[in-house]
Design a protein around this ligand. Sequence first.
Ligand code: SAH
Length: 349
Amino acid sequence: MRTSFYQYSLQDLFDLFQAHDLHPAGVSRLYNWHYKKKKITPCVDEVAKKTIDFVKKNFDFSLPQIIKTQVSDDKTVKLLFELEDKFTVESVIIPFQGKYTVCLSSQVGCAMNCSFCHTGLQGLKRQLKTEEIIGQFMSAGLWLLEHRPDDYQIQNVVFMGQGEPLHNFEAVKKSCEIFLSQHGLSLADHKITISTAGYLPGLKRWVTEGMPDVNIALSLHSPFKEKRDKLIPINKNFDLSEVLPLVDSIPTGRKRFVTYEYLLIKDFNDSLEDAHATGKLLAGKKAFINLIPFNPFPLSSFERPEKEKIEAFRTTLESYQIPTLVRVTKGDEILAACGQLNTGLKKQS
Ligand code: SAH
């Protein structure tokens, strides 16, 4: 039976080639052919006949199928993918500083059950495989190449789509290895960000087993236990007093920051008292705060605060010398913004 090519890190391929007595030079050629040249047919370029036969016999290059595309006025694109077992997940392509950021899903649905998140409210269906994560990226790249041939470069990857990436540790870790691999996609390590709700077992694995040197973002949303419990139920088991030291201990590469995401919800966590407590909690850390005004979705009961409130919150945080940015909402009208992704759910048979 053929297996997906997109599940193999460069090292995996070297091992596989060695086990089958194939010339190791073929490994980087394959990576180059599929990832740099974006080919989805077997490589026939400067590879030994024996390798070509092996590849044709053993590897599958199919990608998750795009079954729906939505493009918003700001050029954000939401892609709906159908997986082999008919489950669906979404990725979002976001224009950013003349290039693109791709927001990837790591799971079908999510087990975290966060009260403000469209995806989280629907439970976990299953983990995504490495090849399905890489597949989203590849399909997004091919979509851009076809529809925006003059402007198709993806520079950043964020694990901020559906799912809790650290709850699918192995596949996310391997995907990062593939993204960073020099003969392949060659993304820079500081261009990849894994966002977590504070899933402690995953953070522990990050620290003990290691992860490629990528950025970490923590969804903080409140410095107060009671409020954070209400927003992110896993906070009841994985308290910030345990989560924050672990996040701090993750090496963040040259002079980099940990990003703390703070979802701003009207009359819930948007007061100056909330801002001061957050500032005190993070002051002195290598922190960068991303304020995310709540993005509404059908039947959600939360609201987004007014502009002045958001601005006052930001200024207060900055008085603690913490750089703070209000995340501009992209793709809102096509429900492609943070927390609006849905659909991982029903099998569409
Ligand atoms: N599970 C990961 C990544 C997925 S969500 C995590 O929790 O970090 C990416 C970001 O979008 C998180 O910070 C999440 O809290 C935020 N988010 C979820 N729903 C949202 C909504 N309705 N409006 C704004 N941000 C939301």
